[in-house]
Design a protein around this ligand. Sequence first.
Ligand SMILES: NC(=O)c1ccc[n+]([C@@H]2O[C@H](COP(=O)([O-])OP(=O)(O)OC[C@H]3O[C@@H](n4cnc5c(N)ncnc54)[C@H](OP(=O)(O)O)[C@@H]3O)[C@@H](O)[C@H]2O)c1
Length: 281
Amino acid sequence: MKKILITGCNGQLGKALNTLWAARTDLELVNTDVAELDITKIENVLKFASEVKPYAIVNCAAHTAVDACETQEELAFRINAMGPRNLSIAATENGAKMIQISTDYVFPGTSPEPLNEMAPTGPVSAYGRTKLAGEEYTKSFADKWFILRTAWLYGDGKNFVRTLMNVAEKNDEVRVVNDQFGSPTSAAELAKAIDSLLLTDNYGLFHATCEGQTNWADFTEEFFRLAGVKTRVNKISTAEYGAAAARPAYSVLDNMMFRNTSGYTFADWREAIAVYMKENY
Ligand SMILES: NC(=O)c1ccc[n+]([C@@H]2O[C@H](COP(=O)([O-])OP(=O)(O)OC[C@H]3O[C@@H](n4cnc5c(N)ncnc54)[C@H](OP(=O)(O)O)[C@@H]3O)[C@@H](O)[C@H]2O)c1
């Protein structure tokens, strides 16, 4: 049995991995969230990992509140950068594989074309900066690492789809930006992509998003349509919305490494959101 140490197991990705791997007889899942293993505490991480002796560590823990990170950059650094650093050191000490999850928000968003794994980074937010630092620490300290950059993630937890579905219950109209482009990705699709790499030696940096692209307003119209919600989507600009954190205007990712390694193909974002809405609404 291969032991898989999952951190942040109560989050969207942690839950999706548990669903996917529930019936696996070759994997033993060691589930932890901040109460069992705070990834910011290196002594705890090293002790825990030396007791478990995992085959792989999947870091699903993060500070994902993008706007809050602007005023909590040091906290975000501890979780998003020092956390993967600590886990990577522990992975190396125990001969384990390290799987780190990153984000399209490491990019500035100025490219007019989908970004592959060679595209230059340049985060425009505190969240993006801390996640990029987490990537760099993972590369420096883990021997056997996979870094998967995903985007616009939704699953079982707090996410954009749930927030907008809740707002729609009490409003005839919602205001949503239509000038940020990306690829909404379901946690279930990301979990399958991780699974396609887990037992391989295809190490490296992977772009890991659903196929196709959209903007937040059109995405909203699509899941409202799927759920039969009649609330109108009032399309506004990023400037009009005025969020605390800057976000890339265009961060569509090209999954070049997946095409050339495990061959895992993500569903198109429209298919993935249709599955999610059917299961949840
Ligand atoms: N959500 C997105 O749209 C998105 C987009 C791109 C990339 N990503 C990346 O994808 C990964 C998974 O995201 P997600 O949406 O599944 O995250 P999530 O739902 O926010 O879950 C993160 C989990 O980590 C826990 N956590 C926070 N601090 C911790 C600590 N110090 N030690 C251990 N656990 C801690 C959180 O607990 P609390 O809830 O108690 O804080 C939560 O259970 C993250 O690396 C994220 O950066 C997410």
